[in-house]
Ligand binder design. Structure first.
Ligand code: ATR
Length: 279
């Protein structure tokens, strides 16, 4: 629906920057598919303006919003209630406004697992290795642990890996220098760093000693085939790209804001991917 009524439901994405995000495209697809009187807006909000921006959206009658980098931790602190998974990791990406209150949840980890399952992969089939220890790593590590997998992390800066184990004590740590050797006995390795995103240098990982059954996943989706995944494919390994996670993590918010549980399917994937093909 391109013409809104006076009762249109409104949501959006707060980030800085926000122009690169494909969330408006994916929510826009669903709004049109389900003929919903509503809109999902890209909202560039400076790091020091998060609180007034959120309270402004509340005052304007928005249903809620997503928050992305660099707001996920600050938004957590501004919520009135938080889901258990969000409380565990101290970040939120999905906010729902009800009766003047802000309810926060973190849906990246569940989105990551749903994407793996879409590819026929059991997340708890064997030990996993997460590369990175940033904001994106937290929720995925917690979700993998909850699914029953053994999870190790490896990060370029060891202090940040140690800090994450204080948050999630079931995690073990593998030294950054050993990340390639460690692939010999892993079922799953995930790039949760920002290295390899279009315009940044690729992550250096050598897959030559990897177990042949290793599943290699990336949470980046620009480009669709990251250098990390391309290197894994060159060794004949199974790969899972990051776009499916973006689609799945969006379901909870869309359902709460617009009242329809949307389908994640091939048509949606192709619509969002078509915008990335040239990236
Ligand atoms: P986000 O919230 O998106 O996860 P972040 O908290 O800044 O962002 O974390 C970025 C992650 O990518 C970190 O784990 C970072 O490693 P450091 O802790 O050593 O900085 C990792 N990262 C970014 N560029 C990298 C590179 N070129 N090689 C290895 N790791 C990199």
């Amino acid at each position: 629906m391109s013409v809104l009524s006076g009762q249109a439901r409104l949501a959006g994405l707060l980030g800085w920057p926000v122009a690169h995000s494909r969330s408006p495209r994916l929510h826009g697809f669903w709004l049109e598919r389900y003929r919903i009187d509503g809109a999902y807006l890209p909202l560039p909000v400076r790091p020091d303006s998060l609180a007034p921006a959120l309270h402004g959206l509340l005052a304007c009658g928005f249903q809620g919003c997503n928050v992305t980098s660099p707001h996920k931790e600050a938004a957590f602190a501004l919520c009135d209630t938080r889901t258990d998974p969000a409380r565990r990791v101290g970040v939120v990406n999905t906010l729902v406004f009800r009766d003047g209150r802000i309810h926060g949840s973190s849906t990246d980890g569940a989105g990551f697992l749903a994407n793996l399952r879409d590819h026929g992969i059991d997340p708890s089939a064997g030990p996993a290795l997460l590369l990175g220890a940033g904001g994106a790593t937290r929720d995925i590590a917690a979700a993998l642990l909850d699914s029953g997998a053994k999870v190790a992390i490896s990060n370029r800066t060891p202090e940040r890996a140690a800090a994450l184990t204080r948050l999630l004590p079931a995690l073990s740590v593998i030294a950054w220098e050993r990340r390639s050797a460690a692939l010999a006995d892993r079922a799953l390795v995930v790039n949760t760093t920002s290295a390899g995103m279009a315009g940044t240098p690729p992550l250096k990982v050598d897959f030559s000693r990897a177990a042949p059954s290793l599943v290699v996943a990336d949470i980046l989706y620009v480009p669709l085939l990251t250098p990390f995944l391309a290197a894994a494919r060159a060794h004949g390994l199974t790969t899972v790209g990051g776009l499916g996670m973006l689609l799945h993590q969006a379901v909870e918010g869309f359902t709460a804001w617009f009242g329809v549980h949307p389908a994640v399917d091939r048509e949606l994937f192709n619509f969002v991917a078509s915008d990335l093909a040239a990236s």
